[in-house]
Design a protein around this ligand. Structure first.
Ligand code: LIP
Length: 263
């Protein structure tokens, strides 16, 4: 099997196994701990899910690199690196609220090549490989045809630091007068896949980690979204932006004017 189809098969298998685990545990009692703040939660299931994914990857490709939100850091000896968020939207998972996902991305020589996001409560598996389009449960998807910012639905998210969150809220306060409405789903991967399938017209957030946005940014890009960091480069911790093309420039200009990436 060629490399990218092999990576997609392994990532999809790992995501589907993790979805089964999350569905089995979501309404049960789980041990919850705090990470960087009282609102930055992690559960025993986050750790179990990361171990499950790492086990599937290493049993198939033992020499690849792997980085995971819950502490996995394996320096590989191949050109392939796996980027894992076992539960993106952990707070939603703890509450049993829709808007949590498993996100698995794969880089080849530092370039995103494969993205898989599993959304358990919507029973959706989003996939993309570089240059081959984006899919939802195997069916091709594309961004919305939004052309007017004032009529657009825009998703965003907030950080775990109280002061940072209040500054992000101040940006949203200004934005609300310029768009139709805002959605805050609680998972960057779900937000980016929502852009990819036209469930929202655009998404932005400052302060994400690579495991939050890696898979979803490839899926959104392959679905036709304009994806960048508000400065012409790929998404980074500084800023993640994904938009249907018709509103991408006015929204990016507005967010820049509002200082959304300067918080
Ligand atoms: C989440 C992000 C989301 C952000 C949340 C949280 P986590 O990641 O995916 O976009 O708004 O505050 O950071 O921590 O649940 O993996």
């Amino acid at each position: 099997m060629a490399l990218i189809p092999e990576l997609l098969t392994i990532a999809t298998t790992a995501a589907e196994a993790t979805v089964d685990l999350l569905l089995d545990r979501v309404d049960g009692s789980v041990e919850v701990n705090e990470k960087s703040s009282t609102t930055d939660l992690v559960t025993e299931v986050d750790r179990e899910a990361e171990a499950l994914i790492v086990g599937i990857v290493t049993s198939n490709r033992p020499d690849d690199g792997i980085v995971g939100e819950e502490g996995t850091g394996i320096e590989g000896t191949t050109s392939v690196r796996w980027i894992i968020d076992p539960i993106d939207g952990t707070t939603n998972f703890v509450y049993g609220h829709p808007g949590f996902s498993v996100s698995i991305a794969v880089e080849i020589d530092g370039e995103l090549a494969v993205g898989v996001v599993g959304d358990p409560l919507h029973r959706d598996t989003f996939t993309a490989t570089k240059g081959e389009g984006a899919f939802r449960n195997g069916r091709p998807i594309g961004v919305s045809g939004a052309t007017e910012l004032s009529r657009s639905l825009v998703a965003t998210g907030f950080g775990y630091d109280r002061e940072w969150r209040m500054a992000q809220g101040a940006v949203v306060t200004q934005l609300l007068g310029e768009v139709a409405d805002i959605r805050r789903m609680g998972s960057a991967a779900v937000d980016l896949c929502s852009v990819a399938c036209g469930r929202v017209d655009a998404y932005f957030e400052r302060g994400l980690n690579i495991w939050d946005f890696a898979a979803g940014s490839l899926i959104a890009s392959e679905a036709g979204a304009i994806v960048h960091d508000l400065h012409g480069g790929p998404p980074t911790k500084r800023f993640t932006f994904a938009s249907s093309p018709g509103i991408a420039s006015p929204l990016a200009d507005l967010l820049t004017r509002l200082g959304a990436d300067q918080i």
